[in-house]
Design a protein around this ligand. Structure first.
Ligand SMILES: [Zn+2]
Length: 531
């Protein structure tokens, strides 16, 4: 019973053992017929480590055969080699018949029955020479749909220039379309039976990240009415709250810090805003803190809401086509597409090897793709940690599948170096490589020295918005006229990090003293930690 994907309803009634069985079957087919022939990075990795990809029969075999895990830095330095490319093998052109045969085998063994049938029918026509031109054109068109990159999400920051892109094909886009709606279905599930209908609002920032686009695709399918906006920038918060009132929005999706510190704060002050009776809050993109959620729920209740169902979503640019989502504010994160990708927790052993953790053990989040084209990751360390994972019946909902608890960023700089091979900070949901930023700022000829500070808008409130401050010592005298320099610094920073910084011009001596004297702190994270 090969199957390529589950709908929300199917997922709800399928037992975790069945899910695991189909998941491994699909993983096996993906490694054999897509990754091994078409993925330049893993093909070399398998060869270099004398691993026979045909030995890999389940996800756990990754540890059994000691396949090296991939760190963010490995990806950053091999962007092109992570894209599935059936037209080449080991740097040489490949016969298209061989490429098609691989796709055929993958389709057959992974439950993609329609694709298998399509290739079989057109392949037969080509072989027999009956309607050959038409069949060849159809196969070619399908290959473009399946493998040609169409767009990208930005992943982590590179040493210089733009963040590294993760490529999606048209095929990926269609998978994303099917998967993102399941996140919304999970969020509204408790209300559906009562006939409640969703009027939703997208409040994620508009950027080439997974968040806004996935929520846009999902809400459009799910909602009776959908208010497609974006957080900050285009429309002021006052107007967004007015729109929410006007269209009786009962489902809000966005990043917790923006929603709590801008949108709901504005709502609180809007005298004429009336909240619907039942509401849904979908939060993602940042760690979700209880007191911040309490504030948002409190505001809705103050405005007349009787119920607020809050869920958190988990994804990354690298997960590309799917997500995990909580069934309840206090519930675990469920993988809504276990046949598309697997989120697995791993631990490192003292001898440098690694293992998959058992239930009730915390671990590092590791991503395995089971479907999709474009950029593909297997055994990829995302840089997040979860307290534990389970496979079985959820204590909060009807799902009986893989789930994990309490996901958060590996924040300590040394731990980040170990897990990702680089250190990065998330600021307002954007991943920022501050080391690279410092280098870019220092390359401006008028600048002598700079200290980068990550802080909070309100330093007494750990849940307030992140801000970025640059303390800059110019080569010229201080005080002086540095307006154009400040603008240049702000522009460089905004271009490279998506964040506009506060810039303070100070004298060199003062800067050195401020930054710790002999122990100069080039980059400092002064954000107060939540209790
Ligand atoms: Zn659940």
């Amino acid at each position: 019973m090969a199957k390529s994907t589950f709908t929300f309803q199917e997922l709800k009634r399928t037992n975790h053992r069945e899910i695991k069985e189909i998941q491994d079957k699909k993983f096996r087919a993906f490694i054999r017929y897509q990754v091994w022939p078409n993925h330049p990075y893993y093909r070399k990795l398998f060869k270099d480590n004398n691993i026979d990809p045909y030995n890999i029969t389940c996800i756990e075999d990754w540890a059994k055969y000691k396949v090296p895990l991939v760190k963010k830095i490995d990806y950053r330095e091999n962007l092109q080699k992570f894209v599935l490319n059936p037209s080449e093998v080991d740097g040489k052109p490949r016969e298209s018949s061989e490429a098609i045969s691989n796709l055929m085998k993958y389709s057959n063994e992974s439950g993609h029955k329609d694709l298998a049938k399509f290739i079989r029918n057109n392949g037969a026509k080509v072989k027999l020479g009956i309607g050959k031109a038409g069949a060849t054109a159809r196969l070619k068109e399908r290959a473009t749909y399946q493998f040609s990159p169409l767009q990208f999400w930005f992943s982590s920051g590179r040493a210089s220039g733009l963040p590294s892109p993760v490529f999606l094909t048209r095929y990926d886009n269609d998978l994303l379309y099917k998967n993102c709606v399941k996140v919304g279905q999970m969020a509204i599930d408790p209300y559906v039976e009562s006939g409640w209908e969703c009027s939703s609002m997208n409040l994620f920032p508009y950027a080439p990240h997974l968040g806004w686009h996935a929520v846009n695709l999902g809400l459009k399918q799910l909602s009776k009415f959908y208010v497609a906006t974006s957080a900050g920038g285009a429309i002021p918060s006052e107007r967004l709250v007015e729109l929410a009132g006007l269209f009786k929005v009962n489902s809000f999706a966005g990043m917790p810090s923006y929603l709590r510190n801008r949108f709901f704060r504005t709502m609180k002050e809007a005298n004429d805003y009336q909240a619907p009776e039942k509401n849904v809050l979908l939060l993602a993109g940042e760690k979700i803190y209880e007191p911040a959620v309490d504030d948002m729920v409190g505001t809705l209740e103050e405005k007349g809401a009787k119920e607020v169902h809050v869920v958190g979503g988990y994804a990354s640019s690298e997960s590309k086509i799917s997500f995990a989502v909580q069934c309840d504010r206090h519930g675990p994160y469920h993988n809504v597409s276990p046949l598309m990708l697997a989120f697995e927790l791993i631990k490192f052993n003292d001898d440098g090897t690694y293992d998959f953790v058992s239930d009730d053990e915390s671990g590092h989040m590791c991503l395995f793709h089971l479907d999709g084209t474009g950029t593909v990751f297997e055994g990829f360390l995302l840089g997040d940690v979860a307290s534990h994972q389970e496979k079985g019946k959820c204590p909060h909902c009807e799902f009986d599948g893989p789930f994990f608890w309490d996901i958060g960023r590996t924040n300590d700089a040394q731990a980040q170096m170990d897990i990702m091979g680089m250190s990065e900070k998330k600021i307002k949901g954007a991943t920022v490589n501050l080391t690279a930023l410092r280098e870019m700022i220092l390359s401006i000829s008028q600048i002598e020295e700079v200290q980068i500070e990550v802080a909070k808008e309100d330093m007494s409130d750990p849940y307030s918005m992140d801000i970025l401050n640059l303390y800059v010592a110019p080569r010229g005298p201080v005080p002086g006229d540095y307006n154009s320099l400040i603008l240049e610094i702000q522009k460089t920073t905004k271009t490279n990090t998506e964040v506009t910084p506060g810039v303070t011009i100070i004298g060199f001596e003062e800067l050195v003293e401020r930054a710790g004297g002999m122990k100069f702190m080039e980059i400092i994270d002064n954000r107060p930690k939540p209790a």
